[in-house]
Design a protein around this ligand. Structure first.
Ligand code: PNS
Length: 162
C-alpha cells in the first residue's frame, strides 16, 4: 500500500516564544511526516514579546537537530498559506480537554473552508500545564524557565526581562 500523506504538514502558532511542549510535538511530528513546516503567525493586532524575526530565529535554533523541518511565517488565513505551500494537513498538540473545544472548532472550520485536515497529537503530560504565556510570566518575575523552554529561549527571555 502506498503512503497517502507524503507531502508537508504544518504546525502553526504564535510561538511567542517556543516552549518545550511545542518542541516535543515538532520532534514527534518530524518522525511521522515527511516534512514539517513550522509557521509563525504574523498578527500585528496582537502584542507579542518577540518579533516574528526573533521567534523564527529561536525556532530555527531550537530545531537545528531535525533535518525535515522548515520554519517560516504567514499572515492571513492558515488555509490560504496551506494552499500556497501545497500543504494538505495541520498538526496540533492537545494539552488538555480545555484545548479541545477551540481546537475542534478551528479544525472543522479549516476543513470546511479549505479542505485542510487536522491531526491532533496528545501532548506529553510533562508539558500539559505549559504555555508560552506561563513561561513569559515565570521569566518576568525572575523564576527559572529551564524546565519550560529550550536553552536559547531561556537566554532570550532573560535578556528581554533584564
Ligand atoms: O499559538 P496560537 O496563537 O494558539 O495559534 C493560533 C493559530 C495561529 C493557529 C490560529 O490563530 C490561526 O490559524 N490563525 C490564522 C488565521 C486563520 O486562519 N483563522 C481561521 C482559523 S481560527
Amino acid at each position: 500500500m502506498t503512503s497517502k500523506l507524503s507531502g508537508p504538514v504544518v504546525c502553526p502558532g504564535s510561538f511567542d516564544p517556543v516552549t518545550l511542549g511545542h518542541l516535543d510535538i515538532f520532534h514527534r511530528a518530524s518522525k511521522q511526516f515527511e516534512k514539517v513546516v513550522i509557521a509563525v503567525l504574523q498578527n500585528p493586532a496582537k502584542s507579542n514579546l518577540f518579533s516574528v524575526e526573533e521567534r523564527i530565529e529561536l525556532l530555527v535554533d531550537a530545531t537545528a537537530d531535525l533535518s525535515n523541518i522548515e520554519v517560516t511565517s504567514f499572515e492571513g488565513l492558515l488555509v490560504d498559506f496551506c494552499k500556497r505551500k501545497n500543504i494538505t494537513a495541520i498538526v496540533k498538540g492537545l494539552r488538555a480537554v480545555s484545548d479541545f473545544d477551540y481546537e475542534l472548532q478551528m479544525a472543522q472550520l479549516n476543513h470546511q473552508i479549505g479542505g485542510v485536515e487536522t491531526f491532533f497529537m496528545s501532548s506529553n503530560p510533562t508539558y500539559s500545564f505549559l504555555s508560552s504565556s506561563m513561561a513569559k510570566e515565570v521569566a518576568k518575575y525572575g523564576g527559572s524557565v529551564d524546565l519550560l523552554v529550550p536553552t536559547n529561549v531561556a537566554a532570550a527571555l532573560s535578556r528581554k526581562f533584564s
